[in-house]
Design a binder for this molecule. Structure first.
Ligand SMILES: CCCCC/C=C/C(=O)SCCNC(=O)CCNC(=O)[C@H](O)C(C)(C)COP(=O)(O)OP(=O)(O)OC[C@H]1O[C@@H](n2cnc3c(N)ncnc32)[C@H](O)[C@@H]1OP(=O)(O)O
Ligand SMILES: NC(=O)C1=CN([C@@H]2O[C@H](COP(=O)(O)OP(=O)(O)OC[C@H]3O[C@@H](n4cnc5c(N)ncnc54)[C@H](OP(=O)(O)O)[C@@H]3O)[C@@H](O)[C@H]2O)C=CC1
Length: 265
């Protein structure tokens, strides 16, 4: 009888942008599944407490926090090296750090457009290339990139971000074809609207009464909705998946969802 294996116990994972929001949920979920997690953000004061919380809890995985700006290649190299030394390898890389500001196309300066491409696309490129080098040496690994429904459907005032996230989807699909022979599976998750501190800050959306997770329609997402799919993608259960983008957005319906209000149907 076949039993599905969603396990990550004993693996080493890196999650970028894990001081809050989706990245934090992914790190906590993988650690609860028994993986050791290296986590980063731009400020140790913000990411350190997340590692402390994981290490003070009764989950099997351990956490190591490192200050790292994913836009800086040398910092990504140092971060990955520190995690590999601490935990003795690297099996899973989750390129989650990303962000945006909301503005009409005509109001975005060249530097503004570039900052969003640099953070989202180049941050992912750095993470993939640096992690990929270690994974190739070790005989393989799993990479998950965090894109967005914005990379799949048009929405007003998101031109820079949508361009960046569409690029991440193509990057995932293309490199998956190149690194297949190295035993590296690369997939992508495209979240719909997820309640995070970043969304509260950027879009002004802060849902106090979150409907339960088993409700698929008429709700904003939880970080855990994304984390669970990421764990599936890096688990043996997804062994036959690479170069895919999994959309996780519930059921947005015209007139009754915030995603509709944002033009993301
Ligand atoms: C259904 C799905 C929809 C959900 C979509 C949600 C998407 C998310 O990603 S949610 C998580 C979002 N969280 C964040 O984005 C965090 C908040 N944002 C930021 O921290 C920053 O904006 C940044 C990290 C995205 C960019 O940082 P940085 O490169 O340091 O930016 P600078 O402040 O140095 O500015 C560079 C450049 O950009 C111009 N600019 C900044 N904000 C705006 C704006 N609101 N409108 C227009 N232009 C902006 C800024 O003026 C600079 O350009 P120059 O003036 O030409 O130098
Ligand atoms: N929330 C949503 O609705 C959606 C989010 N996404 C994507 O999911 C990912 C996470 O989003 P969300 O959790 O909402 O975002 P948040 O803004 O809540 O969190 C972003 C995280 O990334 C870190 N971060 C930001 N810039 C950098 C950087 N240059 N280097 C390292 N870390 C960085 C932040 O830490 P610190 O500030 O401490 O550096 C923080 O931990 C992003 O890629 C986003 O685009 C996609 C679709 C929808």
């Amino acid at each position: 009888m076949h039993e599905a294996d969603f396990g990550v116990a004993g693996e080493t994972a890196i999650v970028t942008g894990a001081s809050q929001g989706i990245g934090r949920s992914i790190a906590e979920t993988l650690a609860a599944g028994g993986a050791n997690v290296g986590i980063c953000s731009r400020e140790m004061d913000r990411v350190g407490p997340v590692a402390d919380e994981i290490n003070d809890s009764d989950v099997d995985g351990e956490a190591l926090a490192v200050e790292c700006n994913v836009r800086e290649r040398e910092q990504v190299e140092a971060f990955v090296e520190e995690v590999v030394e601490e935990f003795g390898g690297l099996d899973i890389m989750v390129n989650n750090a990303g962000g945006e500001f909301v503005a009409p196309f005509e109001d975005i300066s060249p530097n503004g457009f570039d900052s969003i491409l640099d953070l989202n696309v180049m941050g992912t490129v750095h993470g993939m290339q640096v992690a990929g080098e270690h994974m190739r040496e070790d005989g393989g690994g799993k990479i998950v990139n965090v894109a967005s429904v914005n990379g799949q459907h048009p929405a007003p005032n998101e031109s820079h971000y949508s361009t960046a996230k569409a690029g991440i989807i193509q990057l995932t699909e293309t490199v998956a074809t190149e690194w297949n022979d190295d035993g590296i599976r690369i997939n992508c998750v495209a979240p719909g609207l997820i309640q995070t501190p970043g969304v509260a800050e950027t879009l002004g959306i802060d849902s106090e009464d979150m409907p339960p997770r088993d409700q698929v329609d008429r709700r904003i997402g939880y970080g855990e909705d994304i984390a669970d799919v990421v764990q599936f993608l890096v688990s043996p259960a997804a062994a036959f998946m690479t170069g895919e983008t999994v959309t996780v957005k519930g059921v947005p319906r015209p007139g009754n969802s915030m995603q509709h209000d944002l033009g993301l149907q």
